[in-house]
Design a protein around this ligand. Structure first.
Ligand SMILES: Cc1cc2nc3c(=O)[nH]c(=O)nc-3n(C[C@H](O)[C@H](O)[C@H](O)COP(=O)(O)OP(=O)(O)OC[C@H]3O[C@@H](n4cnc5c(N)ncnc54)[C@H](O)[C@@H]3O)c2cc1C
Ligand SMILES: NC(=O)c1ccc[n+]([C@@H]2O[C@H](COP(=O)([O-])OP(=O)(O)OC[C@H]3O[C@@H](n4cnc5c(N)ncnc54)[C@H](O)[C@@H]3O)[C@@H](O)[C@H]2O)c1
Length: 410
C-alpha cells in the first residue's frame, strides 16, 4: 500500500478547486494534488450559458482562482489528463498517461456529462452540447452565422441558451418532450411562467414532441425531424437533455454507487478514505433525511468544503438547503429547497405572477418544501429559513405580502 500523505482530488472544476482551497484554509500542509482532464484550470460553468455566452463577460472572469493561486498555495495542478482508475488496495490513482499517484485521502469531484441524443444524425456537425468553455465559444460563434436554431430540451441549458440566442437575434424553435419546460423541477404551476416568458420573446415552443432524427447533408445538420414526421429546418441544433453523473471510476473501483457516488452526510463513500462532492455525489442530507444528488452551482461551491474538512478528520454533516438560480431575459430568480417531481400538495404565490415579480412556495403536509423568488431580491435567506425550519405554515399568511416572511411561521 502507498505510504503517500497526499490528498488527491479527481476533477478540477468548481468542486475540486473549492476542496483544495479548504484543505489549505484548514491548515493542511501535506501535498494536495488536483487532477483534471480538461486543459483549463478550474472555472465556473454558470456564465457559459449566460453572460459569457452573451458576450458580456470576459473569459478571465469565469475562473475559480487566479492562475498563480495554485503554485502560491502549494496545490499541484495536473491538467489535461484523465484519471483512468483507482487502486484502492494500493491507495493509488492511475492516470491515463501511465503515471500513478498515491493518496492518503481521495476526493471524487468528477461532476457530470451531458446525455447524448440517441437518434440518427446526432453526431453531425452543428449538433452542439454545452458543458465546457469551448462548447460555449462554439455556440457563441454559431449565433453569429446561424439565422435559426433548434434547441432540444427545455431544461436549464435549453432555456438559458434559447434566451442567449434570441438576444443574438437568432430564431429559436424549442423542442421539449414534456408538456412544459422545467416540469420535473418546478411543476406545472410555475413551469408555465417560463413557457410564457419564452413565448413572449418570440421562441417557437413545441411541447410533447419526440425527436426522431437530426437531418443533414454532407455531415452537417440542417434540421430536426419529429416522430410525427414534421421537419424543423435549423442551421444548428443545441442539445440539453440532462446529464449523467461521472461515476465510472467509482463503479470500477467497487464503491457503492446509485444515482451518483453514494456518500454519507460527511461526504464519505463506502471506502472510508474516499469522498465525493458536487454533481457526482449522492449524499445523505441530514435535514431532508434522504440521499440527494444536486446538479447545481451552490452545491459544488459548498459541499466540497465540508468534504475537505471531513477528509481532515473533522466532524461534519453537510445540511445546507439546496439552492440554485437562473437569469433569462429580464427574469432573475433564486430557488431554495428540494421537491421530488409531483411530491407537493399545493403552490402558494405571493406577489404578482403576471408581472413576474413574485415568490412561489411549494407546500407538502403544510410545510414549505421549497421557495422561489422571481425578480424580488434579498428574500432567499428568509425562504431558506422557512424551508429549513420544517414548521407548519398558514397558506393565507404565506400568500400575503403584508406579512413579513420572517413572521409567517410565527
Ligand atoms: C452551461 C452551464 C450553466 C450552468 N448554470 C448554472 C446556474 O446558473 N446555476 C446553478 O446552480 N448551476 C448551474 N450549472 C450547474 C453547475 O455548473 C454544476 O452543478 C457544477 O459545475 C458542478 O460542479 P462539479 O465541480 O461538481 O462538476 P463539473 O463542473 O462537472 O466538473 C467535474 C470536472 O471533473 C472532470 N473529470 C471527470 N472525470 C474525470 C477523470 N476521470 N479524470 C480527471 N478529470 C475528470 C471533468 O472534465 C470536469 O472538469 C450550470 C452548468 C452548465 C454546464
Ligand atoms: N440555472 C441553472 O441552475 C442551470 C443552468 C444551466 C445548466 N444547469 C445544470 O446543467 C445540467 C444540464 O442541464 P439540462 O438543461 O441539460 O438538463 P435538465 O435536466 O435541466 O433538462 C433536460 C430537459 O430535456 C428534456 N428532454 C429529455 N430528453 C429529451 C428529448 N429526447 N427530447 C426533448 N426533450 C428532452 C427533459 O424533459 C428536460 O426538460 C443540469 O444539471 C442543470 O442543473 C443548471
Amino acid at each position: 500500500m502507498s505510504e503517500s500523505s497526499a490528498y488527491v482530488i479527481v476533477g478540477a472544476s468548481l468542486a475540486g478547486a473549492k476542496a483544495a482551497e479548504t484543505l489549505r484554509g484548514e491548515g493542511f500542509d501535506g501535498p494536495v494534488v488536483l487532477i483534471g482532464d480538461e486543459t483549463e484550470r478550474p472555472y465556473e460553468r454558470p456564465p457559459l450559458s449566460k453572460d459569457y455566452l452573451l458576450g458580456k463577460a470576459e473569459r478571465e472572469t469565469i475562473y475559480v482562482h487566479p492562475a498563480s493561486w495554485y503554485a502560491d498555495n502549494g496545490v499541484q495542478l495536473r491538467l489535461g489528463v484523465p484519471v483512468a482508475g483507482i487502486d484502492r488496495a494500493a491507495h493509488e490513482v492511475a492516470l491515463a498517461d501511465g503515471n500513478r499517484i498515491g493518496y492518503a485521502k481521495l476526493l471524487l469531484a468528477t461532476g457530470s456529462s451531458p446525455r447524448r441524443l440517441p437518434v440518427p444524425g446526432a453526431d453531425a456537425d452543428g449538433v452542439l452540447y454545452l458543458r465546457r468553455v469551448g462548447d460555449s465559444d462554439q455556440i457563441k460563434a454559431t449565433f453569429q452565422t446561424a439565422s435559426r436554431i433548434a434547441v432540444i430540451g427545455a431544461g436549464w441549458i435549453g432555456l438559458e441558451t434559447a434566451a442567449a440566442a434570441r438576444a443574438a437575434g437568432v430564431e429559436v424553435t424549442l423542442l421539449e418532450a414534456a408538456e412544459l419546460p422545467l416540469l420535473r423541477v418546478l411543476g406545472a404551476e410555475v413551469a408555465r411562467v417560463f413557457a410564457d416568458l419564452h413565448r413572449e420573446q418570440g421562441v417557437d415552443l413545441r411541447f410533447g414532441v419526440q425527436v426522431s432524427e437530426i437531418t443533414g447533408s454532407g455531415g452537417r445538420a440542417d434540421g430536426v425531424r419529429l416522430a410525427d414526421g414534421s421537419h424543423i429546418p435549423a442551421d444548428a441544433a443545441i442539445v440539453g437533455v440532462g446529464i449523467t453523473p461521472n461515476t465510472q471510476l467509482a463503479e470500477a473501483a467497487g464503491l457503492e454507487t446509485g444515482n451518483g457516488v453514494v456518500v454519507d452526510a460527511a461526504l464519505r463513500s463506502s471506502d472510508p478514505d474516499i469522498f465525493a462532492a458536487g454533481d457526482v455525489a449522492s449524499a445523505m442530507h441530514p435535514v431532508l433525511g434522504q440521499h440527494i444528488r444536486v446538479e447545481h452551482w451552490a452545491n459544488a461551491l459548498n459541499q466540497p468544503q465540508a468534504a475537505a474538512r471531513a477528509m481532515l478528520g473533522q466532524e461534519v454533516a453537510y445540511g445546507k438547503i439546496p439552492y440554485f438560480y437562473t437569469d433569462q431575459y429580464d427574469l432573475g430568480m433564486e430557488y431554495a429547497g428540494y421537491v421530488e417531481p409531483g411530491r407537493y400538495d399545493q403552490v402558494v404565490f405571493r406577489g404578482d405572477v403576471e408581472r413576474r415579480e413574485f415568490i412561489a412556495f411549494w407546500l407538502g403536509g403544510g410545510r414549505a418544501l421549497a421557495g422561489m423568488n422571481v425578480n424580488i431580491w434579498d428574500v432567499n435567506d428568509a425562504i431558506q429559513d422557512l424551508v429549513g425550519s420544517g414548521r407548519q405554515l398558514d397558506p393565507a399568511r404565506l400568500a400575503d405580502p403584508g406579512v413579513p416572511l420572517e413572521e409567517v411561521a410565527g
